[in-house]
Ligand binder design. Structure first.
Ligand code: ADP
Length: 675
């Protein structure tokens, strides 16, 4: 399954691969993410700054071209004034020259020649005056408006010119006469819009007149400003064409009629008209230029697209245009909007370089991080593998041993904790296994004991039964005398008692196992009881010829002492212990000592018998248990007496213990509470 395969690659089952892949993935992802975010932020910041810069640049450039255009307009205004001033100077100079000349002639010939001769001399002299150019002249008229001398219009001589209208319909002579009525001299300005079929243009004429009082004359000189205009135009065009500003910018100068004066930074001499050639790209630009100038003649921006030099794709351009009304000139300058980008591009290149550096640094950091990670992972792997190895070995060995982990050798705390838990587990297992072995041993022993018990039991039953049957048979024999018969009956009775005791023991042990053994306590005095015991065993030993045993009871109790106990069970206990002492002693003594010890009555039964090995001094109190000696030497018995006695003593609120030396004898101690 490809999905499973991919899952396995993405989430490997090996811890070290998983860890290293995860770490490397996180490192690479984090570094790339941080790097990417930084670069994106840098780019966004740059774009923001760029836009701002671009806007600032455009605003700045707009102000700049406006200043340039305004400068040129100021220059034209100044030039224009200058130019008119020159004309005025010139015509005045001409008039003054004529006036001075006439004055000289008059003075020279006054009284010598007739007035007419002088007049003719003056006219002749003035007509011979030389001026700078062909348009210049000085005319003479009387203060009444009768033509005296008009160099270009000889027909005016002697004619009344007061009603004369010039080409623009202005009564120029009348105006001159009127001026001189109040002034000796003065300038006259005539401005007219001349309408032709193609265009409307303004013509301006300047005249200067001065009275020549001797003959009632005045001299005058006039100039059409237009006559000098080409010169002005040329000067302005030259000046403007030489203007260059940032990024090769230039100033253009067009007439509103579409005639280019300065185009593409050069004085234009051809006959191209921007209005007429509508298929020329400059045509539409010129229309925009005109529109802008119409909207705001004192200066307006307009936008268009224009090819840069050596560029085929047009770029956005902004231009500022000012209409110079005197000549209907459009003066303007423009700049490419994307010029702003040049500096931005430079900055962009710098930022790109910075970004490249950043990427390199991020890459180097990444490599360094990966290297550090590799070292860390290597060390981690080494340590965790060695910890794991320890665990593997431990589990392997602990299959059949109780081998424990050396916790101090673990590197990681988690392993240490796991190691402690594992050691505890092993200890527990060891304990359980030991207990099981012990239990098993005990079970085997118990089995063995039960078999021995059964063997002993059958012996213990058969012996008195044989005696009872044997003596009963003898009783059946009539030949027996009566004395023998009494002995036989006693023997039958004795063996019957033995059997009954045995059955009682078996019953008691069953009750013990069923937790049903009961005691009935009542206050008793032990004096008589102990005397009876003494009598009973002294007598019993006398009949046992094979035993050479002294029996005595040492009662140290106060005769008034009352003890709260079950006297029948106490007798049973003492019978068991004294019986055993006698049984396991062939000669010497058996004694019962009774004394007070604090609130207890302490019973000690001592003998000089075979003794009990130390390792069996506790086990003999368990049911069916017999010491090795007793077993080997075939003493018989069932191994129930001590078990019953211990249980009875405990029920009566006491404890039992034994002190014994092998071959020398034993002393069983038990104590019972007084109350
Ligand atoms: P039994 O006497 O019927 O075997 P008991 O429970 O009375 O059973 O005694 C258990 C065992 O304790 C005896 O078999 C014997 O090995 C040991 N024992 C008890 N009393 C003495 C004693 N006085 N001297 C030596 N061994 C004794």
């Amino acid at each position: 399954m490809p999905a499973d395969y991919l899952k396995k690659i993405a989430i490997p089952s090996n811890i070290s691969t998983y860890l290293s892949r995860t770490l490397i993935f996180i490192t690479v992802a984090t570094t790339l993410l941080i790097g990417g975010v930084l670069i994106v932020l840098q780019t966004i910041q740059f774009k923001k700054i760029s836009t701002q810069k671009s806007q600032d640049y455009i605003e700045d450039q707009k102000i700049y071209i406006k200043e340039i255009v305004n400068n040129e307009v100021s220059y034209i205004v100044a030039q224009n004034q200058n130019f008119k001033e020159n004309i005025r100077k010139k015509i005045r100079q001409n008039v003054m020259q004529a006036n001075n000349t006439a004055e000289m002639i008059y003075r020279k010939y006054e009284g010598m020649k007739s007035t007419d001769e002088i007049k003719s001399l003056i006219v002749a002299t003035i007509s011979s005056l030389k001026f700078e150019n062909e348009y210049e002249e000085v005319f003479i008229s009387t203060l009444d408006g009768i033509g005296v001398y008009y160099p270009r219009r000889p027909e005016f001589t002697g004619k009344n010119m007061r009603q004369f209208l010039d080409a623009n319909g202005t009564p120029v002579v009348m105006a001159e006469i009127n001026l001189l009525k109040t002034n000796l001299e003065g300038f006259l300005n005539y401005e007219n819009d001349t309408v032709t079929s193609e265009k409307v243009y303004r013509t301006e004429k300047i005249a200067f007149v001065k009275k020549f009082n001797h003959f009632g004359w005045y001299f005058g000189s006039k100039q059409y400003v237009d006559n000098y205009f080409p010169k002005l135009r040329e000067e302005v065009a030259q000046k403007i064409s030489s203007v260059r500003f940032r990024h090769g910018g230039y100033v253009f100068l067009n007439h509103t009629d579409g005639t280019p004066i300065v185009m593409d930074g050069k004085v234009y001499k051809g006959d191209f008209n921007l209005l007429k050639k509508s298929d020329d790209p400059r045509h539409s630009v010129f229309l925009k230029e005109l529109d802008a100038a119409k909207n705001n003649p004192s200066g307006e921006y307009f936008y268009y697209r224009w090819n840069k030099m050596n560029d085929t794709i047009p770029s956005d351009k902004c231009a500022y245009v000012h209409l110079y009304k005197d000549y209907n000139w459009l003066i303007g300058a423009g700049f490419y909007l994307d010029e702003a980008n040049e500096s931005i591009i430079k900055q962009q290149t710098l930022i790109r370089q910075d970004q490249k550096k950043s990427i390199l640094i991020i890459f180097l950091i990444l490599i360094a991080l990966l290297f550090i990670e590799t070292v860390i992972i290597y060390h981690f792997n080494k340590k965790y593998k060695s910890d794991f190895e320890r665990f593997f070995n431990f589990f392997f060995l602990s299959q059949n041993s109780f081998n424990k982990l050396n916790i101090s050798k673990f590197y990681f705390d988690e392993f240490k904790r796991a190691g402690i838990a594992a050691n505890k587990m092993i200890m527990l297992r060891e304990e359980i296994e030991n207990r099981l072995i012990e239990e098993q041993k005990r079970a085997t022993e118990s089995d063995r004991l039960k078999s021995a018990f059964l063997a002993n039991l059958s012996h213990e039953i058969r012996t008195p039964m044989n005696a009872i049957i044997g003596f009963s048979e003898l009783l059946e024999d009539d030949s027996q005398d009566s004395e023998d018969r009494i002995v036989f009956v006693k023997l039958i009775r004795k063996n019957g008692d033995m059997l009954l005791n045995l059955i009682n023991d078996i019953l008691d042990i069953s009750k013990i196992e069923a937790n049903q053994l009961m005691v009935k306590k009542r206050p008793v005095k032990l004096d008589q009881f102990l005397i009876e015991i003494n009598n009973y065993y002294t007598e019993a030993l006398l009949s046992k010829k094979e035993k050479n045993i002294q029996f005595n009871v040492n009662n140290e109790l106060n005769s008034e002492t009352l003890i709260n106990t079950d006297v029948i069970r106490l007798k049973q206990i003492l019978d068991n212990l004294i019986g055993n002492a006698i049984k396991f002693t062939s000669e010497g003594s058996v004694s019962l000592d009774v004394k007070m010890e604090r609130e207890y009555v302490l019973f000690s039964i001592s003998d000089t018998g075979i003794g009990i090995p130390p390792d069996q001094q506790t086990t003999i109190f368990e049911r069916f248990m017999q010491s090795e000696q007793a077993y080997k030497m075939n003493y018989g018995g069932t191994g129930l007496g001590l078990a019953i006695s211990r249980n009875l003593i405990e029920l009566l609120g006491g404890t039992i213990r034994v002190e014994s030396e092998l071959g020398k004898g034993s002393t069983f101690y038990f104590e019972l509470p007084v109350s």
